[in-house]
Design a protein. Sequence first.
Length: 611
Amino acid sequence: MGVMQVHGYPYSDTGSTFIVEMHEDVWRRAGFDATDRAAAAPGASDERAVERVRELFADALDGHRLFANNSKWLNFTTVRNERWHHGNLVLIGDAAHTAHFSIGSGTKLAMEDALALAACLHEHPDTEGALTAYETERRPVVESTQRAAQGSLEWFENIGMYAHQEPTQFCFNLLTRSRRITYDNLRTRDPDFADQVDTAFATAQGLDTVAPAMFQPYRLGRLELKNRVIVSPMDMYSAVDGVPGDFHLVHLGSKAMGGAGLVMTEMVCVSPEGRITPGCTGLWNGEQRDSWRRIVSYVHERSTARIGLQLGHSGRKGSTRLMWEGMDEPLPEGNWETVGPSALPYGPGCAVPREVTRAEMDRIAAEFVAAARRGAEAGFDLLELHCAHGYLLSSFLSPVANHRTDEYGDPLENRLRFPLEVFDAVREAWPEDRPMAVRISATDWVPDGNTEHDAVEIARAFIAHGADAIDVSSGQVTKDERPAFGRSYQTPFADRIRHEVAAATGTAVIAVGAIASYDDVNSLLLAGRADLCAVGRTHLYDPHWTLHAAAEQEYRGPGAEWPVPFGAGRRKPPAARTDAVRPRLSLLRSDPADQAVHLRWIPAPEPAPVP
């Protein structure tokens, strides 16, 4: 039938709540959809379902009785309100908001609401001011908790994806499901368990050495990466006539010397008309190829990193100003004609593209092939086809941007046709021994756009055509999007694609998006949510972020080798007065049992029976 689980917790000395949860497909296969109509009445219980639960969970109940109390099937309702007060009426607790019971936050949130409300009423002389202050103070806290609860809810809804995991990894995945508890959190509380997780990960990967997950090697196709950190593609808008210069050499070279296993270029455009801005790099001529070769050679000679090429075409998002001069705004002069699957602009104020013809699609595919060949000549180790973020190939995939009525528009099978044609042509031109990845937008973040369900099928199609990796991003397909931003907010999409499609085929999955700490990277990898992690803005803040992460974790090994000239800096610099010998300031030494951090309670072994 599938996986069923029980959420059980005591409400008194003699009774416990017993909540049964399962995926709808499992629910139907188990026959729970044949509900007694009488159970729909207010206050009535679905006795037929209760009896079935008694049968299925007889071993867990172990002879205990199961009581019904308005017990019936439902989907958990997350309550959100646009306003929490009106006049002198104010909402707190579950009336204002709910969060899934699996994070145990309902009572806590309600008490915090009450405390904040009382404080605001005390601090403000007028009711309206007090209630506005209360909502302003509490809403960000509640929304953050709801995001964590949503992650937990979705994890339990899809628990069947993880049932195959080795027990230690499954436990770690369970404990970190909301992404608010991380590897470092668990290590603080239970170092023995953290050691087990590290060992289990190394064993499952067939590795002889236990190390932080981010510094374990990875084989991507035939490409060996020293660690699992990728410098994410980031547009710099600093090229002249598509030619990368000294800026790009320093930008990419510093990231390579900074310890990342794979450094990705920005989106390199296949034609002048395929640029986003006049400052975008390209690969449509030999001068550009030779400039890229200089950068690739530097990375290979001065670091142990690999370097990847991201190829793309701007589509309807082209002919715009440099980002810092007006993002997505058309050029004041010198515009070029943009094309898209349909004559639909990216958003208000954006240029309206011309619907690309079939003959032009063949020409654009040929431009991708020519650029790929130049990239191979430049020495790039990997090629990523950019099918995300609303650029040309992404626009073909999205029902928001693609309204064509020919064989390239609707349904998804047709919308995939042109991106797959380009992929196949590039794959044939790209050297067989070098891997190819595809970046996709897993959701358009609008009701009528692609969803995570579509993303699974999109990934499945590219994998079937030979993709070695799926780089899972999201959005930027339409200005109407409403992303649910948060820490590592795109990871659930990568998680689903990995477990539903990629893992079974040996295809790598790359997680990206607001992954800002080495703790996040380790946690995502150890839980099995991704094989590699792409980190972008953090590398802009600190080009040597990966090496510094190794120093923070006191790791030394092949996954984070410092450039020889930088070797003296491989230790974390001491903070002020860390070398001082501190005097004893207490008469009695503190009891070792008095610890500031809660540690897991571990029962002592039972004494051996006396013979």
